[in-house]
Design a protein around this ligand. Structure first.
Ligand code: SDX
Length: 428
């Protein structure tokens, strides 16, 4: 028997069912609230509002727990690989060797994109931000695969779209980088694994032989695992709400890429490095920047710090911080901004303003330092986030569709003018 919440208002009392999840999270189900009471709820930013029930990812913000389909992120980052984690998120179970091999092979043989897509790419000036290029190229897949627009497409057709997305996003990401550099694009190499193929498409140059560094490929694979899903964050909620109108999965993922781009969300990894560089240029005065972050009159925020859900350490940040030390040591890279980041973290964790607001480093605080060491330019960092988040977006879109969720359409409280008559131009 589910529990009941009682609401009393205007002399009436309403009973609302309470839903409980598998991790004992409880939610008041307000599906019938307006019908019973005429009331709606109001929660800008949905800070206290659940939009769905999902079996994909579990977060505990107070304890700093992150699990994909029940598996701790620490185990997956240590023992798994990105394609296996992608399979887990999308299908719900870890694959057998045969399932894994089929999934990997399917993706490998869909990495090539229609040659006409280069005409779209060529239309972008080299100053175009790679995130804008990426969302445009992904949305262009609706033109090359028009059957994806059919709201009644079969499950097999949806799975083919999913494979195409997993396979072609790395190609588009590398092409967006080449467009920015003014270099010729590289075509996929089907003899390479997912991350090695991406690195070669990114960095191979016509005049030189490119060898993938296995240290870099492994570090990239771990970073992609850490970014793969994160329950109902801003970009995932965007993917779900666009998909809820029965728009194609390509249009939904393209929308998610655009939502991720913002500096408060996935764009933070780029902003963190820009912030650390500014502090370095400014003589490394971390205290001045902490004071700016605490000053209500200063729009500056400590990028890479704080989180809507984590009120403890973001478990991903812990793993990335450790990986940053290891990767830079292995590559023999000495990056002064890593020391500035550690100094900033230390100071913030001991500052009452940050302690009171439970602001800890999030996934974006250290990731840019590794991306930089891997040779990835700053304005490609959020593209890397999108590469990692793609299987999560796909899994969430698929779950929304399989659960036949209704089109997303929130209510509002109107605060504008009351009814008034039209006045002719001369009488205003
Ligand atoms: C990601 O949702 C996800 O799961 C996202 C993500 C994922 O995997 O999908 O984890 C990825 O987006 C990580 C977050 C990356 N963004 C940043 O690092 C940008 C800097 N951080 C913030 O802007 C902020 O912390 C947010 C956006 C992440 C969360 O904002 P909230 O939950 O809306 O909290 P808030 O803005 O209401 O802040 C609460 C208080 C405020 O102070 P008071 O008004 O109470 O005095 O904390 C302050 C804020 O001013 N605050 C900060 C701060 N973050 C919050 N002050 C200084 N520096 C910061 N970074």
């Amino acid at each position: 028997m589910s529990e009941i919440a009682k609401l009393s208002f205007d002399g009436n009392e309403y009973e609302l069912p309470v839903t409980e999840g598998t991790e004992n999270e409880k939610a008041i189900d307000i599906a019938k609230l307006r019908g019973q009471s005429g009331l709606i709820t109001l929660d800008p930013g949905f800070k206290n509002t659940g939009s769905t029930q999902s079996a994909i990812t579990f977060l505990d913000g107070e304890l700093g727990i992150l699990r994909y389909r029940g598996y701790n992120i620490e185990d997956l980052a240590e023992k798994s690989n990105f394609l296996e984690v992608s399979y887990l998120l999308i299908y719900g179970e870890l694959p057998t060797q045969e399932q894994y091999d089929t999934f990997a092979k399917e993706i490998t043989y869909h990495t090539l994109v229609h040659e006409d897509i280069k005409k779209i790419l060529d239309g972008f000036p080299s100053v175009a931000h790679p995130m804008g290029v990426l969302s445009s190229l992904i949305c262009s897949l609706t033109a090359f695969y028009p059957t994806s627009l059919d709201p009644n497409r079969t499950d097999d057709e949806i799975m083919l779209s999913i494979v195409r997305l997993m396979a072609k996003l790395p190609t588009f990401a590398a092409w967006a980088y080449k467009n920015k550099m003014g270099h010729p694009v590289n075509y996929p190499d089907n003899n390479l694994d997912y991350c090695s193929n991406f690195l070669k498409m990114m960095f191979a140059l016509p005049a030189e032989k490119y060898e993938v560094d296995p240290v870099i490929a492994k570090a990239l694979d771990k970073l992609l695992i850490l970014h793969a899903d994160h329950e109902q964050n801003c970009s995932t909620s965007t993917v779900r709400i666009v998909g809820s109108s029965q728009a194609s999965i390509y249009a939904s993922i393209s929308a998610g890429i655009n939502a991720l781009w913002g500096p408060l969300h996935g764009g933070a990894n780029q902003s963190v490095i820009e912030m650390l560089e500014a502090i370095k240029e400014d003589g490394g005065d971390t205290k001045r920047y902490l004071d700016k972050a605490k000053d209500k009159n200063d729009p500056f925020r400590l990028m890479g710090f704080g989180h809507r859900v984590y009120k403890n350490f973001d478990p991903r940040a812990k793993i990335i911080k450790k990986a940053a030390d290891e990767v830079l040591a292995k590559l023999g890279v000495n990056d002064p901004v890593l020391e500035i980041a550690k100094e900033l973290e230390e100071a913030a964790l001991n500052d009452q303003y940050f302690v009171d607001r439970k602001l800890y480093p999030n996934v974006d605080f250290y990731s840019g330092i590794i991306y930089r060491a891997l040779g990835i330019p700053t304005d490609m960092f959020t593209v890397m986030f999108a590469l990692g988040r793609l299987p999560g977006w796909i899994a969430q879109w698929k779950e929304m569709r399989e659960n036949n969720e209704p089109i997303g359409r929130p209510r509002q409280v109107y605060t504008g003018a009351n009814e008034r008559g039209y006045k002719e131009m001369g009488n205003r």
